[in-house]
Design a protein around this ligand. Sequence first.
Ligand SMILES: NC(=O)c1ccc[n+]([C@@H]2O[C@H](COP(=O)([O-])OP(=O)(O)OC[C@H]3O[C@@H](n4cnc5c(N)ncnc54)[C@H](O)[C@@H]3O)[C@@H](O)[C@H]2O)c1
Ligand SMILES: O=P(O)(O)OC[C@H](O)CO
Length: 336
Amino acid sequence: MTRPVKAAVYGTGSWGTAFGMVLADAGCEVTLWGRRRELADAVNHDRANPDYLPGVELPENLRATTDPAEAADGADFTVLAVPSQTLRGNLAAWAPLLAPDTVLVSLMKGIELGSAKRMSEVVEEVAKVPAERIAVVTGPNLAREIAARQPAAAVVACADEAVARRLQTACHTPYFRPYTNTDVVGCELGGAVKNVIGLAVGIADGMGLGDNTKGSLITRGLAETTRLGLAMGADPLTFSGLAGLGDLVATCSSPLSRNHTFGTNLGRGMTLEETIAVTRQTAEGVKSCQSVADLARRYGVDMPITDTVVDIVHHGKPTLVALKDLMGRSAKPERR
Ligand SMILES: NC(=O)c1ccc[n+]([C@@H]2O[C@H](COP(=O)([O-])OP(=O)(O)OC[C@H]3O[C@@H](n4cnc5c(N)ncnc54)[C@H](O)[C@@H]3O)[C@@H](O)[C@H]2O)c1
Ligand SMILES: O=P(O)(O)OC[C@H](O)CO
């Protein structure tokens, strides 16, 4: 008899917990790692994560611990779901504990500040594992909808297609349909830049602008994401798939999106400090817009929407002035 696939999920926030449910529903034995004892107790004794997924009943084959070594023990898949900017420090502590040959899976949609590295690059550097053992899960996957077992598709990306297929099997359920992709760069960029475009659309919504503005920002946001991706060696087709357009549409349409909501609050006139104060969860685009702008500079790519978001969020540029400047740029052909 073959033993069940074991998965460790580091991070008991909304997506770590919801993806842990997916793995458990697909038949894996899942251990969540979290920092707080009371949350681990709630998972183990009440089958609940009241802080991040209130009202959701967690499956029996999902348990939690505060001991990172216990979570790591024998894991076929080690899933990373902490805020992107904390990954390097956290993983340095977890790396010596990881099961030999485990596949590291990033759920994170951010770019590291300073280094401008993608999360899989940080994993490769810190855990010292080859790219063939690092996978990424991304796509239109708002955690609360997945936790309600509403149907969604996703992408599991890995340089080694056989590894992507193993992960695909491990997380395939009647409501979660993962597709494989070997374009890790494109999949990670799609996930990180859509958060920045989600902020831009949220700002526009908060300013009371309508659906033409939204459609224009989504489309031109995808155009600048694709330009950056091409410069970085990604497959441009990735951006018309789930990791690109799919995730962009979900994020830019949903009040469940933290990035979208963060932007809406700014667009309504809240200050950055007020917006941060009312945001309880990770809105990756707030920090990553700066790293995406860094990447654009390094690769010589024009990303006007990203630059506008950086100006509004980090340099206090008034939204009306930013909008006027964005619209006032010189005219150009659509495909450039
Ligand atoms: N929530 C979603 O719908 C969703 C969907 C897909 C991808 N993601 C991505 O998943 C990642 C995690 O997001 P989330 O939604 O679970 O965030 P969250 O804010 O809901 O949870 C973050 C978790 O990380 C923990 N944490 C915070 N700071 C930490 C630190 N310094 N060290 C260790 N743990 C720390 C928190 O306690 C919490 O358990 C992000 O990169 C996000 O973009 C989220
Ligand atoms: O809540 P957000 O803005 O982090 O978006 C969540 C997911 O990335 C949507 O796929």
